[in-house]
Ligand binder design. Sequence first.
Ligand code: COA
Length: 415
Amino acid sequence: MAEEGGNGVTAATMVVIREYDPKTDGERVEQVESSCEVGPNGELSLYTDLLGDPICRVRNSPAYLMLVAEVVKYGVDGTEKTTEIVGMIRGCIKTVTCGSKFSRSKTCETPKPLPVYTKLAYILGLRVSPFHRRMGIGLKLVSGMEKWFGDNGAEYSYIATDDANEPSVSLFTGKCGYSKFRNPSVLVHPVFAHRLHVSKSVTIVNLTPSEAESIYRHRFSTTEFFPRDIDSVLTNHLNLGTFLAVPRGYIWAGPDKFLSAPPENWAIMSVWNCKDVFKLEVKGASRLRKGFAKTTRVLDRVFPFLRLPSLPKIFSPFGLHMLYGLGGSGQLYTRFAKALFGFAHNLAKDWKCGVVATEVSSEDPLKLAIPHWKVLSFTDLWCIKRLGEDYSDGSVGDWRKSQPGLSIFVDPREF
Ligand SMILES: CC(C)(COP(=O)(O)OP(=O)(O)OC[C@H]1O[C@@H](n2cnc3c(N)ncnc32)[C@H](O)[C@@H]1OP(=O)(O)O)[C@@H](O)C(=O)NCCC(=O)NCCS
């Protein structure tokens, strides 16, 4: 795939948008990646290390593509002289829930809500080298990716960015036709050197992928962004497990029994190992700040019984676990979710992660219940675009105009 144009560059250079080639581009792409901050460039900036696999953040999706922007320089005789990769973009497509409709039943049964699906594309990992910005390269990469989305039948495309990332927000909403859609909260908690307490009145059951699938499909399939291929998420090697918190004394006898007669309060959560996909690093911290963080860690390690809220090693590359598929039922279910959180924290400690993170809808009651540090957490901005006008709106209507639900299902493959 190659698109040509010379926007902002001299007559002897050209920007080519083409598919990423792992044989020749890997190192050059990582160089660009390491020169790019993610989000606004303030005193502290967040950088990603893709561990030698630039396509890793989309690789686990059912259909994916990575494009690179290459500046090609020609000599006076018209022969190609040098090439330089200056930007890249990743995208993937999958089928997700965009709303629900009620089943029509001929019997007297109460109608059940059924999911309405749409083919959704997602843009992520858009980067342009700091030396080549404002030359139209970001725009070209997005257009190239949207063409692939359209050719593959995607109906909507969306992106997630930081609300304060002005270049990204104005590129997508100003130039590419996206509109602001949802504002989920990314809740981040450091992994302490001590273990968190998990309530003894709660039993945690480790579900098999097929048990987890039954519960998720039954309870969450009408939740916005629920992936229709949830089974491939749950059986992926990066999925460390799905855990169900039930009252102590409850006997787990399989998903059918559980769904027909659940306990009064329960919660569920899955853990995804992002640590083997990418690492993050906060750069730009002063020596004083780094020294303070180190001191808290040392104290926490030496005196774990004091339960000191220590800062993890975020100023050198660190990994994370993502908690997803959080939900449950009952008046006390947030208490059960907290127990699951403590369990997940301790698992992340065993895996030597720096932080655990989760992403929940801005309306979700879990937002208040899930422990997190405000200083590490942030609000995400999801922007959406409808890619074509020639397909039916179905029973949901135009998804862009729908009201947000109480929760969203954040796919860990794209975190
Ligand atoms: C966001 C980013 C990809 C933009 O790339 P780019 O090649 O500079 O973008 P373009 O030149 O194609 O810009 C297209 C339009 O986007 C908007 N835009 C881009 N950079 C902007 C900036 N710094 N401030 C305000 N608007 C900006 C403008 O509307 C611009 O059109 P204009 O130049 O005619 O005014 C680049 O800044 C980057 O890599 N940032 C760091 C990584 C990141 O934040 N990625 C986005 C995560 S979703």
